[in-house]
Design a protein around this ligand. Structure first.
Ligand code: ADP
Length: 641
């Protein structure tokens, strides 16, 4: 029979699997058992509404079978089964789910911890088997098919005989190879141990015939009636290897963190331990168990449209939905886990679920729990929280910004921003409480990087006064703070203020008067400069925000310079948006008398060149691009020759 080829990605993965140095080869069994259990879930769920399923709840099971002579280990289930197409689809290709985003960097001499990284399920069988045969009959079908493969060279598929619905996976276990011992996977004691370790919570019985021995009755006494060592006989007994109690229903004190971590990794396709485990039981109007996890890394597709949020939803232990999106608000979409409710109807549909009041209650309870957990995390383990925030902080900020700040009370105190003074993350509360008496505003600067922001001309004056600045580097940041507008205790709220806005409230009344007078004195000079700059700026004037730098740009309108940049960078921005820019000159800098001299000498042309250069320099310092770099270069040359 003709061999069929695997799709390219699958072939590569298979190659790696076969040559894998992965030390926990034993996890292949967890993967096969978990697939079997899913298949049973599907058929059982079907049985609730479909009378043609003849099995009752207690009829479902997974059976393991060992045959040392033939070197086979068989995993059998009476679940939903697979049709010919499904066999080819599911076992001939990898990652319909997209979880397999293989990247070259992960490769080291072709030896990759690929299972550890991707949890690639079925294929892991090839770590321990030289041949894998899958025989399956799908529910509702009267034909059975056999899929077989010895690895990357391809697979065959042909009809076979199989009386009952379900799937049987037969592994021919590899021979021992030097250090690599495979015989252990033919040992019933070892197999029982692996099942206990990884699959104890599986809710269907995992059965295996086990060889045991017992003393033969009456052989423990000799002819005179004295006790002696008895004779033994061997017998086989069918044993259920797993306790079947779901991990979220076991006594809390009996479950170790490692067990939760194992469970998390196998269920939710992550290769790292979770950063946080939140388990609880709620009683009252809504009675449910929940087991939630916060991942320790950002899923590769988290900030894309492909990412699907949601929790697994169980009704009294039966999985009824794999990703129930309605259980999680968007701003907590990074949370993984499950909810097991006793009050939900089993055959609830996606549509009716949305309007289910139980579900709404569960959702709001979970929301509170997650928030409390994050708050206590922030208080008690700052370092870990900061790591979390690097992964998912953006999501919290967007959540806070969304819907006009509807969730600000819930989220604003979970946010962290970079403090210029402390050079580390601070919360708004920490900033607020550290503010000196005479500080009017909560200052911030927005731009591409902390380094850049630290060099902003206007930062110097603010920091000199002893006031801190929040350095914002995410696009959403400034929009968020603008939307929040103020922060602080009731009637003592402080307004947020961008350090590039024209009024920073740093001057005393007397200083203000002085600047005003000086501006008036030099009005003609500034008007001439403004004339040269045209509509690039709305005004040229003396600055009260500068210390050592010659110039800066401030914005006088509602849009800051950074917002202009962010908005114009957005796709589908039909017209360029412009902020109202003011060119501010440092009156104590040597450039100022130079400008005055040109003006007094009536050298309008040179004054114009100076104005252009100063404007371009200010743009550069703000991290903005200059409109005409060639003109800028030419202007500088004019001064050199
Ligand atoms: P995953 O379980 O992560 O989807 P696998 O490679 O383990 O990836 O399995 C691929 C698919 O093959 C499963 O999603 C399922 O549809 C199907 N499958 C695997 N094992 C069985 C089984 N024992 N019974 C029915 N379907 C199965």
């Amino acid at each position: 029979m003709a061999k069929k080829q695997f799709k390219a990605e699958s072939k590569r993965l298979l190659d790696m699997m076969i040559n894998s140095i992965y030390t926990h080869k034993e996890i292949f069994l967890r993967e096969l058992v978990s697939n079997a259990s899913d298949a049973i879930d599907k058929l059982y769920f079907r049985s609730l509404t479909d009378d043609s399923v003849k099995l009752a709840k207690n009829d479902f099971y997974i059976r393991l079978n060992l045959n040392r002579e033939n070197r086979t280990l068989t995993v059998r289930d009476n679940g939903i089964g697979m049709t010919k197409d499904e066999l080819e689809q599911n076992l001939g290709t990898i990652a319909k789910s997209g979880s397999f985003d293989f990247k070259k960097e992960n490769e080291t001499d072709g030896k990759v911890d690929v299972i550890g990284q991707f949890g690639v399920g079925f294929y892991s069988a090839f770590m321990v088997a030289e041949r894998v045969t899958v025989r399956s009959r799908a529910f509702g079908s009267d034909e059975a098919w056999q899929w077989e493969s010895t690895g990357a060279s391809g697979y065959t598929i042909e009809p076979c005989d199989k009386d009952d619905v379900g799937t049987e996976i037969i592994l021919v276990v590899k021979e021992n190879e030097g250090e690599e011992k495979y015989d252990e996977f033919l040992d019933d004691w070892r197999i029982a141990e692996i099942v206990k370790k990884y699959s104890d919570y599986i809710r269907w019985p995992i059965k295996m015939m086990r060889e045991k021995s017992r003393p033969i009755e009456g052989t423990d006494k000799d002819a005179e009636g004295h006790y002696k060592a008895p004779e033994y006989e061997s017998y086989t007994e069918d044993e259920t290897l797993n306790s079947m109690v779901p991990i979220w229903k076991r006594d809390k004190k009996d479950v170790k963190d490692e067990e939760y971590a194992e469970f998390y990794k196998s269920k939710f396709g992550d290769y790292s331990d979770p950063a946080r485990i939140i388990r609880s039981k709620t009683e009252g109007t809504a009675t449910f168990h929940s087991l939630l996890f916060i991942p320790s890394r950002t899923p590769y597709n988290f900030y894309t449209k492909e990412y699907e949020k949601g929790l697994q939803l169980y009704s009294s232990g039966v999985l009824i939905m794999d990703k129930c999106a309605d259980l999680l608000p968007d701003y907590f979409s990074f949370v993984k886990g499950l909810v097991d409710s006793e009050d939900l109807s089993l055959n609830i549909s996606r549509e009716t679920l949305q309007h289910d009041s139980q579900l709404r209650l569960i959702r709001s309870t979970l929301e509170r729990k997650i928030k409390n957990e994050l708050t206590s995390w922030l208080r008690n383990d700052r370092e870990k929280y900061e790591e979390f925030f690097k992964n998912f902080g953006l999501q919290l900020k967007m959540g806070c910004y969304a819907s006009y700040g509807m969730n600000r009370d819930l989220l604003q105190d979970l946010l962290l921003f970079h403090s210029a003074k402390e050079n580390k993350y601070v919360t708004l509360r920490e900033y607020y409480e550290a503010m000196p008496e005479d500080q009017k505003y909560i200052y911030y600067a927005a731009g591409e990087s902390i380094d850049r922001l630290a060099k902003l001309p206007s930062a110097e004056r603010v920091l000199d006064k002893g006031f801190d600045i929040l350095y914002l580097t995410d696009d959403v940041d400034e929009f968020l703070l603008r939307m929040l507008n103020t922060y602080g205790d009731k009637d003592k709220e402080k307004e947020f203020r961008n350090i590039t806005s024209d009024d920073l409230g740093l001057e005393t009344e007397a200083e203000k008067e002085e600047t005003k007078a000086k501006n008036e004195e030099n009005k003609a000079l500034f008007d001439a400069m403004k004339e040269a700059l045209g509509d690039k700026v709305t005004e040229v004037r003396l600055s009260s925000n500068l210390k050592t730098h010659p110039v800066c740009l401030t914005s006088s309108g509602p849009l800051s310079l950074e917002m202009e940049k962010v908005l114009n960078n957005m796709p589908a921005q039909p017209e360029k948006i412009k902020s109202e820019k003011v060119l501010e000159i440092n009156g104590t800098h040597d450039i100022f008398p130079a400008l005055r001299r040109l003006f007094e000498a009536n050298d309008t042309e040179k004054l114009g060149v100076y104005a252009e250069i100063l404007y371009d320099q200010a743009l550069l310092m703000e991290g903005l691009t200059i409109e005409d770099p060639v003109a800028y270069a030419n202007n500088i040359c004019k001064l050199m020759v």
